[in-house]
Design a protein around this ligand. Structure first.
Ligand code: COA
Ligand code: MG
Length: 291
């Protein structure tokens, strides 16, 4: 079954208090950052504190991920060396632009798994798409590694690469935002939506979560504890959606017993694709502990 990733909370790796705080929150995944959230002078401090946290903090059932610096950066090797022995659940790879960097990282993880005697593919990968080239190469990135579980939409980096101006509506990144979901669905990956930067705008965040869900996103990157509950709620089916899905399944079973394929329910046609969507809603509800 696919993992539940409604909320991925990022925090700078050089902040042990934020890491400890995150381990108390109802987040599905914790992403300890070594990349852009950490000042250049603090990189080594961050590596040490992330390594320490992996060894000492009780994260409960939350996924423990580390965001690395890019594979081709001078920081990458030390990021990996400081964290890999402490076996994070996965690595978030920033600025993925082609399959190569994912293949390289995946090979290094295979070597580590052999060396430490860990099961193969016990460390997963998540790739951030945040460049024009990354969007053009979505299919090869999505197919690059059997460790890959999710594509993350880096809207700000992408907009800057495009020379686009960010708007609240997001028309300027809509093509890429949709293309990412298509690639994820085609290769059996989760699509995780962009960061909402306004920390004190719950209504705006909720709206953007809803729009992400309509696109087909499974969850969202969040950057503050206040954003977690909203993402968890919107990226799980609502009580009304669950009730409606249950009605569709019941009606479908009743009609199927009498040999009918398509039928009408509340003035709308129901056929197999509608039933499959309802099944997905119920599956997600069960995974979220709601049904
Ligand atoms: N993860 C865990 N805890 C966090 C957090 C985060 N991302 N952001 C804030 N908190 C904690 C604070 O430590 C504080 O805890 P306390 O009450 O126990 O002291 C509490 O939540 C309230 O924080 P607040 O004062 O409102 O925020 P701030 O002004 O200290 O920090 C940011 C604001 C934006 C710097 C902070 O939210 C942050 O670091 N976000 C993530 C940044 C990041 O990782 N960027 C790169 C990836 S996009
Ligand atoms: Mg503060």
């Amino acid at each position: 079954m696919e993992p539940l990733l409604r909320s991925l909370l990022f925090m700078p790796g050089d902040s042990p208090p934020k890491i400890r705080k995150a381990a108390q929150l109802e987040v599905d995944a914790i992403v300890m950052d070594l990349e852009d959230g950490v000042a250049p002078s603090q990189k080594e401090v961050a590596r040490q504190s992330v390594g320490e946290a992996l060894q000492t903090v009780d994260f409960g059932g939350r996924a423990r991920y580390v965001r690395l610096n890019p594979v081709d950066s001078a920081l990458f090797a030390a990021d990996l060396a400081a964290t890999l022995p402490h076996k994070p659940d996965g690595y978030v790879l920033p600025k993925a632009a082609s399959a190569e960097s994912l293949v390289q990282l995946s090979d290094e993880l295979t070597q580590a798994e052999d060396q430490y005697g860990w099961p193969h593919r016990s460390i997963v990968l998540l790739a951030v798409i945040g460049s024009a080239l990354g969007v053009m190469n979505l299919a090869q990135i999505a197919a690059s590694s059997s460790r890959l579980i999710a594509l993350l939409f880096g809207a700000e980096d992408l907009a800057s690469d495009l020379g686009a101006i960010r708007s609240k509506q997001g028309d300027e990144v809509a093509y890429a935002r949709s293309a990412l979901v298509v690639a994820a669905a085609a290769y059996g990956l989760l699509a995780i939506d962009m960061v909402y930067f306004a920390l004190n705008d719950p209504a705006g965040l909720e709206e953007e979560c809803l729009s992400g869900r309509r696109f087909g996103y499974a969850g969202k990157m969040v950057i503050h504890p206040k954003q977690v509950a909203i993402a968890n709620r919107i990226f799980a089916p609502s009580p009304a959606e669950i009730a409606h899905a249950e009605r569709i399944i019941q009606a479908y079973q009743a009609h199927q017993a009498s040999g009918v394929g398509a039928f009408a329910l509340d003035g709308r046609m129901v056929d197999l694709p509608v039933v499959r969507a309802a099944e997905r809603v119920l599956q997600k509800a069960r995974a979220s502990g709601l049904a």
